[in-house]
Design a protein around this ligand. Structure first.
Ligand SMILES: C[S@@+](CC[C@H](N)C(=O)[O-])C[C@H]1O[C@@H](n2cnc3c(N)ncnc32)[C@H](O)[C@@H]1O
Length: 279
């Protein structure tokens, strides 16, 4: 698909321009979202048409018009070619996801991380996914394991799509979608409940850590995602570990940490897996 996309642009852009566009696109189901630099904006329709004619599975091309922003972490998109729509079905790890890219957060770039966490889960675990979106991590886990997952999100569109994705993947009994603020939900009904807590919102990691701990049982595990400015991947994991030392209010053991992806120049998303001791 990536090769087709490159080939499709070769009649419209120079090699240098192709490389710029090529390093900044997402394929989500049959929708392509591309970032077009200011200098190429006058060619956006040509770029869009060329992708539609050359990359067969793609039906819609959208241009990213703003970075991921706001509490709901949604990026702005502008239609440029093909069918004018923002909803698609995305498939990974034997799961299907209905996604509206204009209303909810979604990133195909977290696919490996979703699979990694699903492979750590044991049957019969109780899991609290604090920033669960349309249920991406939760569905991948529930497809592999018999468990109970509280899927919290504050965005009503994400809550709606999570319900749709539960039906689509026929896993009704495993996932409990909850619309609301993770802190409030945990305080009201999820204290000391979880064998595992997921925190896939790096921007609020430190601010919500106390509530992740509150929700975890003794010896439960927290997957703490954070963003780190650093000169190297190795150093970014050390900085993440230091962040935990400064913010953890209970005894803990750092089980593992890894760089999930680079999110900018010398800027990384890092995850730490932490076992919490409450006694
Ligand atoms: C970066 S997205 C991750 C979504 C999902 N886990 C995924 O990987 O596709 C973070 C999500 O947290 C939600 N969110 C933001 N603040 C929240 C809060 N206080 N409580 C619950 N959810 C929140 C947003 O609506 C968004 O869907």
């Amino acid at each position: 698909m990536v090769k087709m996309l490159k080939k499709g642009l070769s009649g419209v852009l120079s090699d240098k321009e192709i490389n710029e566009v090529y390093s900044a696109f997402d394929i989500i189901g049959d929708i392509v979202i591309i970032k077009i630099p200011e200098t190429m904006k006058d060619k956006k329709e040509l770029i869009g048409e060329s992708i539609i004619s050359n990359v067969k599975p793609v039906r819609t091309v959208l241009m990213q018009s703003s970075p991921v922003q706001g509490d709901f972490r949604v990026r702005g998109v502008e239609y440029i070619a093909g069918e004018n729509k923002t909803t698609t079905i995305y498939k990974e790890h034997n799961c299907k996801f209905k996604v509206d890219v204009s209303k909810v957060y979604f990133s195909p770039r977290l696919s490996t991380e979703r699979d990694r966490i699903a492979n750590l889960v044991n049957d019969d675990e109780v899991i609290v996914n604090m920033f669960a979106g349309i249920g991406t991590f939760s569905v991948v886990i529930a497809k592999k394991h018999r468990c109970k997952i509280y899927n919290i999100d504050i965005n009503p569109d994400a809550y709606y799509l999570c319900n749709e994705n539960i039906k689509l993947n026929k896993i009704n009994e495993c996932i409990i979608p909850i619309l609301g603020d993770a802190k409030e939900v945990i305080e009201k009904k999820l204290k000391n409940k979880a064998d595992r807590v997921l925190m896939p919102l790096p921007e609020k990691a430190a601010e919500y850590l106390e509530h992740a701990i509150m929700s975890t049982k003794n010896r439960g595990i927290i997957h703490y995602f954070t963003h780190v400015h650093s000169n190297s991947k190795k150093e970014s994991m050390k900085i993440c570990a230091d962040e935990l030392v400064n913010n953890m209010s209970v005894k803990y053991e750092l089980l593992a940490s890894r760089v999930v992806r680079a999110v900018g120049p010398r800027f990384y998303q890092v995850v730490a897996d932490v076992r919490v001791f409450k006694n």
